[in-house]
Design a protein around this ligand. Structure first.
Ligand code: PEP
Length: 252
């Protein structure tokens, strides 16, 4: 089974327009100059610069998207952004269920699933994030927690072409701490098994599962070389074009 690798950047709440355009230009010029695009690239800038970044990305082949979306298409939901609006801007996808949203905005698996469903209905691809806290890992609950998140957050109509899972241990995000390769592979293989139970073997075998949490140029080759790791969701290192590209180079 050869699944295409996906290198995804989550810019979080970083970047004013000029920086965002410059970063997107740097990434896109490298990606579009590749003769053979053997992997996919996705960037998720903040909403405020999405329009400008969508213009830069246009014909480069880089996939761009939001970091969250509403479950609603439109209406009285102050401050929210609908998946239809993202699609209208030129986005191809959206991240849902990031641990920072689960923690800061009390997002439940049910809500994440509804967001994913709304995004799919709008024609967007979806990256659904799951991952355990340090306390959960320390008491041996990692697989139980992550399995429940996958079962609770992935819509029944998810397909491998439209849905990507990102395993991001909460304690590894932005901390410089990374699980061992054995720990990463164990969780990824388990996620694939859960996906097979809920969506069937064919979809599970084809669905990309990304690792996220302190991925850097120095550890990317090892993590991205694991059998069930199909790419990375990168926060901090995606804000520097050289680092983001150096990570991408490990899958070329
Ligand atoms: C993230 O926020 O999705 C992430 C993985 O961040 P970092 O790479 O900075 O740990």
């Amino acid at each position: 089974m050869t699944r295409r690798k996906l290198i995804a950047g989550n810019w979080k709440m970083n970047g004013l327009k000029a920086d965002a355009v410059a970063l997107a230009e740097a990434v896109c010029s490298k990606y579009s100059s590749l003769e053979n695009k053997t992997f996919d690239m996705f960037i998720a800038p903040p909403f405020t610069v999405l329009d400008a970044v969508c213009d830069v990305v246009a014909d480069s082949g880089v996939w761009v998207g939001g970091q969250d979306c509403s479950v609603f298409e439109k209406g009285a939901h102050t401050g929210d952004v609908s998946p239809v609006m993202l699609k209208d801007l030129g986005c191809g996808g959206v991240i849902v269920g990031h641990s920072e949203r689960r923690a800061d905005h009390f997002e439940t698996n049910e809500l994440v699933k509804d967001k994913a469903s709304a995004a799919l209905s709008a024609g967007l691809g979806v990256i659904i994030c799951v991952g355990e806290t340090l306390e959960e890992r320390e008491v041996g609950k990692t697989l139980e927690v992550v399995g429940a998140q996958v079962k609770g957050s992935v819509p029944e109509n998810a397909t491998a072409g439209k849905v990507v899972i990102a395993y991001e241990p909460v304690w590894a995000i932005g901390t410089g701490k990374v699980p061992t390769t054995e720990e990463v592979e164990e969780v990824h293989a388990y996620i694939r098994q859960v996906l097979a139970d809920v969506l069937g073997t064919d979809i599970a075998e084809n669905m990309q599962i990304l690792y996220g949490g302190s991925v850097k140029p120095s550890n990317a080759a090892e993590l991205l070389g694991l059998p069930d790791v199909d790419g990375a969701l990168i926060g901090g290192a995606s804000l520097k074009a050289e680092d983001f590209w150096a990570i991408a180079e490990t899958v070329m």
